[in-house]
Design a protein around this ligand. Structure first.
Ligand code: TAP
Length: 508
């Protein structure tokens, strides 16, 4: 880390933040130090300086949070659903009232350009809490026609204490994706943000208190995945875990959860196929494809990281696409003119650069980027130029593995059959998209793509009302919409003998 590290107060002022940067664990409605006293350093990815020393949760802190959540559960789960909803609606209003602060904090901690944090992360976070605030009293049971004389009805009940592990790529937005539905359904939560990006989740905890969330209902524990995260997955008194992150860690979570047969929901990696056909509107496709991969420096599970071009338009498309990539403005995330910031950690920047070498080793060619920018003002940050690599085969590692950076792998095809074979030729199945004017082809691909989400003539659209999740090695379960309410509730079936005529089974 750079030695120019200054005090958290200096950092706060320099970033234009009015409120204190919260850096302790949030347990039972209070901000507290970790029992061990240990901390981890949150780093500004723009210049590798320290932002804050953040308390680091250990197993004893997880135990304390689980106990607080259990104590809060009976009252929270039995509260009127509209009262729970009202707190989430108030939180959405508070997020909007503090929008600029939250946007700056998120940009400081993650490297998201401020224009993205302002236009996307913060509004989407408020939208998500508002959607699930409205959802709280819309979760209904059913009545089921069974044997004569019986009334059979179902109700959806909260599961209990749920564990949530949030990744570092969209920490603010994913905090709302996880907390919104869990709380609307009446669960209590023990959440671990990623060790490198804990600050916006802690600020949300603070705003939740202001919105009126009872103590213990939400607990936020920054800490290491291998310690606090692993223990949340193992914990015998946590009934469900919702995880977003890599497929490798997802497998570890499943193993750890087996001890008490936790319900598991996994949103894992992806290798999105973004297919441009010969009849596409090229201008729209070039712009949409750049957004698909370069937004958030490509650190998105649904990134369009395989750019598949029909061979007839490939040259013209690439000429325009490369020109656009080269024109993207890299810079300090807190500068509103910046269009691409740094990657979120040094380790991850190095991991992504490693894939440039991998591409060349397998006979691929770098068409643009592939290195850190020459600009000396960015030299201490974790920047990579928008990178376009042409692979030799769709079986090459850069066409199969999730790179998770501003790194797109170009592949070409000559027929619809070949396009489908390439698109479905990975272990992942999260998001995919296509650009075409042919309606029948568009819907045929929508049906045949092995993917949880498909975008036609657009890419990477998300909304709290629309189910989000994958198939294959991209995980199981769905976030968002009515679907996610099934994930955070369990069904009870109640039988009532109204006037059933039951002949005695043991007639005497
Ligand atoms: P992961 O290790 O999967 O990290 C994601 C989250 O899981 C973090 O909060 C992490 O905590 C936590 N975690 C790590 N080990 C854990 C364990 N044993 N039990 C419970 N939680 C655990 O990802 P990474 O190493 O940061 O990134 C590696 C690759 O994963 C990326 O290159 C990318 O391909 C993929 N990734 C995908 C996503 C999405 S949205 N699907 C998000 C992030 C990364 P700590 O960070 O505190 O260790």
């Amino acid at each position: 880390m750079n030695d120019q590290a200054s005090s958290v107060e200096d950092v706060r002022k320099k970033a234009g933040l009015r409120s204190k940067i919260q850096h302790q664990l949030f347990i039972d409605g209070k901000f507290v130090d970790a029992k061990s006293g240990e901390t981890l350093t949150s780093v500004n990815p723009h210049d590798n300086t320290a932002i804050a020393e953040v308390s680091m949760a250990g197993r004893a802190d997880v135990d304390a949070a689980v106990a607080a959540a259990h104590a809060a559960f009976p009252a929270w789960s039995h509260a009127s659903a509209s009262d729970r909803g009202r707190i989430l609606l108030r939180l959405a209003d508070l997020i909007e009232a503090n929008a600029e602060e939250l946007a700056r904090l998120e940009s400081l901690d993650t490297g998201h350009p401020l224009r993205d944090s302002r236009a996307l992360d913060v509004p989407r976070t408020a939208l998500c809490f508002r959607y699930f605030g409205g959802m709280a009293d819309k979760v209904e049971g059913t009545t089921i026609p069974v044997d004569a004389g019986f009334l059979n009805y179902t109700s959806r009940e909260a599961i209990g204490v749920v564990g949530q592990v949030v990744p570092w790529n969209f920490p603010l937005m994913f905090t709302s994706w996880k907390l919104g539905p869990a709380l609307a359904a009446g669960n209590c939560v023990v959440m671990k943000p990623a060790e490198i990006t804990p600050l916006s989740s802690l600020r949300i905890a603070e705003l939740m208190t202001e919105a009126g969330i009872p103590n213990g209902v939400v607990n936020v524990l920054p800490g290491l995945g291998s310690v606090a995260g692993q223990y949340i997955a193992e914990h015998p008194h946590i009934a469900k875990i919702s995880f977003t992150g890599s497929t490798a860690t997802g497998r570890r979570i499943v193993q750890a959860s087996a001890g008490n047969l936790k319900k598991v929901q996994l949103e894992l990696g992806g290798k999105g196929a973004n297919i441009v056909f010969e009849d596409a509107n090229l201008l729209a496709a070039v712009n949409g494809s750049a957004w698909a991969i370069f937004h958030n420096q490509g650190q998105a599970c649904i990134a369009g990281s395989r750019l598949m071009l029909h061979e007839r338009i490939a040259d013209e498309f690439l000429e325009r696409f490369i020109a656009l990539a080269k024109s993207i403005r890299l810079g300090n995330p807190l500068d509103p003119a910046t269009e691409m910031g740094p990657l979120t950690s040094m380790l991850h920047r190095d991991r992504v650069l490693g894939y440039v070498a991998t591409a060349s080793e397998q006979g691929g060619s770098v068409l643009s980027g592939g290195k850190s920018p020459a600009d000396p003002s960015l030299a201490d940050g974790f920047y990579i130029e928008p990178t376009i690599v042409r692979a030799r085969s769709f079986k090459d590692r850069v066409a199969q593995e999730e790179v998770f950076g501003p790194f797109v792998t170009v592949l070409t095809f000559s027929s619809d059959e070949e396009a489908l074979q390439i698109a479905n030729g990975t272990e992942y199945g999260l998001g995919a998209g296509l650009w075409t004017r042919d309606l029948a082809r568009a819907h045929l691909f929508a049906r045949e793509l092995k993917s949880g989400m498909v975008w036609l003539n657009s890419y990477k659209r998300v909304h709290p009302a629309s189910p989000f999740g994958g198939v294959g090695q991209s995980g199981y379960g769905r976030e968002m919409g009515f679907e996610v309410m099934r994930e955070y509730t369990q069904v009870k079936s109640v039988w009532v003998n109204v006037d059933a005529k039951i002949a005695p089974w043991y007639a005497r």
